[in-house]
Write a protein that binds this ligand. Structure first.
Ligand code: FAD
Length: 303
């Protein structure tokens, strides 16, 4: 039996695993991949690698350490985590059962897709998620934000502070009934296309235009330097949905020490209800979760 199983190999899970190794815990990282969302990065014409600090570089050191320590990782999806008397079992896709005294859930979120022509082709080439990560690259440029909800409003508002123009597409009526919504409606460099939907993404080497259809079937094309899909993120929390408390959006609820509602299960990163989806936040949360798990395990540890 392991002391600790960490599920998820993104910034949160990688950091938690390395911290656990440093604490000499018998730890296993179980994940579909190493790096998580840091494996995706937006490419833009005219923006060279040296101009921006990439999340990938920040977690890259931890990742390569784990690639070397192959005894500490197991690459397979986890389908469910169950609780036994004084242990937890991670049930893997292939039918395996991995036992541990404690578990860190660090499985991140999934983005919703538009499912329109051009989306797959241009993904990460001018078309991306996470406007808050890339807004500083859009000074005096034009951006399109697609989405209906808080994330789209926040992304458009942040981009509007630096861009020449932002188009916000896909809001339903009523979505602007907030102070942020009013700010966007009155901003001179924001065009809100409520009740419009995106039908296609067009471009050359990079995404360049969004085709939209209005409520009266009117069609238009919007040119942009960057296009962001900002629909609500879906937490990968199904595996513990019947075990720990989740918030109304399905995120794992944690306290300031990354403890979930079940002693011995900890949460870290985007899958939790912690604030802000960013690499450094997730890495810090991973470190905290590992230290918290270590404290939980301490009475069971010996030479
Ligand atoms: C396109 C894009 C660009 C971004 N750019 C930046 C940026 O420049 N700067 C920045 O700070 N933030 C950026 N972000 C946000 C940042 O990447 C995330 O906040 C961060 O990766 C979250 O880390 P995490 O470890 O919580 O989750 P993730 O990185 O999502 O990792 C989750 C891990 O869990 C694994 N997993 C999921 N389900 C299972 C399962 N059932 N079984 C086993 N393993 C599973 C996955 O394979 C993955 O390894 C970006 C996000 C996106 C989408």
């Amino acid at each position: 039996m392991y002391d600790l199983i960490v599920v998820g190999g993104g910034p949160a899970g990688l950091t938690a695993t390395i911290y656990a190794i440093r604490k000499r815990l018998n730890v296993l990282l179980v994940s579909k991949d190493l790096g998580g969302k840091t494996n995706f990065r937006l490419e833009l014409p005219g923006v060279e690698d040296y101009q921006i600090i990439r999340g990938l570089e920040i977690v890259g050191k931890f990742r390569s350490e784990l690639e070397y320590l192959d005894f500490a990782r197991h690459m397979e999806p986890v389908e469910r985590v169950t609780q036994h008397q004084d242990a937890f079992a991670a049930h893997t896709q292939g039918g395996g059962e991995l036992l541990a005294k404690a578990v860190v859930i660090a499985t991140g979120t999934q983005q919703q897709r538009l499912n329109v022509p051009g989306e797959k082709e241009y993904l990460m080439r001018g078309l991306c998620y996470s406007a808050i990560s890339y807004a500083p690259l859009f000074i005096d440029k034009t951006a399109v934000v697609i989405g209906d909800g808080d994330l789209a409003l926040r992304s458009a508002a942040e981009l509007s502070t630096v861009t020449e123009h932002v188009y916000l597409v896909g809001l339903s009526s009523g979505a602007l009934d907030s102070s942020l919504g009013s700010k966007l409606e009155s901003a001179e460099n924001v065009t809100v296309l409520a009740e419009y939907r995106v039908t296609e993404i067009l471009g050359g080497d990079y995404a360049e235009r969004v085709v939209v259809e209005g409520p009266q079937d009117q069609e238009a094309e919007i040119g942009a330097d960057g296009i962001f899909i900002e629909m609500a993120l879906i937490p990968n929390s199904e595996m513990v949905a019947e075990l720990v408390d989740l918030d109304s959006q399905g995120r794992v609820k944690i306290d300031a020490r990354n403890r979930t509602s079940v002693p011995g299960i900890f949460g870290a990163g985007d899958v939790t209800d912690t604030y802000s989806e960013q690499v450094l936040v997730a890495a810090g949360e991973g470190a905290k979760a590992a230290l918290s798990a270590y404290e939980y395990l301490l009475p069971t540890l010996g030479r």
